[in-house]
Design a protein around this ligand. Structure first.
Ligand code: SME
Length: 161
């Protein structure tokens, strides 16, 4: 059993520092990328409030393929450039979407989703995966969430195979 002292009532930068330390401890020295993505999804799901989906899509050529996640069953294949995840993968930049219904081409995997944050995982200048977070609350994510999840993506870049 793993137990982490991650208080949810601290300010966001401190919260994300604690989350990053937990992820680093969980994944350090483990070569299996699927195991590391699965634990990262579980960690985000447990500690980030107000989510209805948290997980990974892995880049296979120019297509994103569903990876480990928590939440409802989701679309399996997303071409680069399609939807919020595809935009993050194609541009190699995070997508912070306050209202998914206003995002052209948004792919509704769960009708409850109202806002979304997608952060690319980049290794050697190449997008190897994206971290996708969905929330039922409009405007749930801000720049501090983006910075915090980007930190997690940095830890995972050479640990998700
Ligand atoms: N909404 C995403 C698709 C993935 S699901 O939210 C899990 C998108 O538009 O890329």
């Amino acid at each position: 059993m793993y137990q982490f002292a991650i208080a949810e009532n601290q300010d966001k930068p401190a919260f994300y520092r604690a989350l990053a330390e937990a992820l680093d401890a969980l994944t350090a020295g483990e070569p299996d990328g699927i195991a590391n993505m699965a634990n990262a999804a579980a960690l985000m799901w447990e500690y980030l409030p107000d989510l209805n989906w948290a997980g990974f899509y892995r880049a296979q050529g120019e297509v994103l393929v569903l990876g480990p996640f928590q939440g409802k069953a989701a679309c399996i294949r997303i071409p680069f450039g399609k939807g919020v995840c595809g935009a993050a993968a194609a541009s190699a930049t995070a997508q912070l979407v306050a209202d998914v219904h206003a995002f052209p081409g948004h792919i509704a995997c769960d009708a409850a989703s109202a806002s979304e944050l997608v952060v690319p995982v980049i290794r050697d200048g190449r997008v190897i995966a994206v971290i996708d977070l969905d929330s039922p609350t409009p405007g749930r994510f801000d720049a501090e969430d983006e910075a915090g999840i980007t930190r997690l993506a940095g830890i995972l870049a050479d640990r998700i195979g």
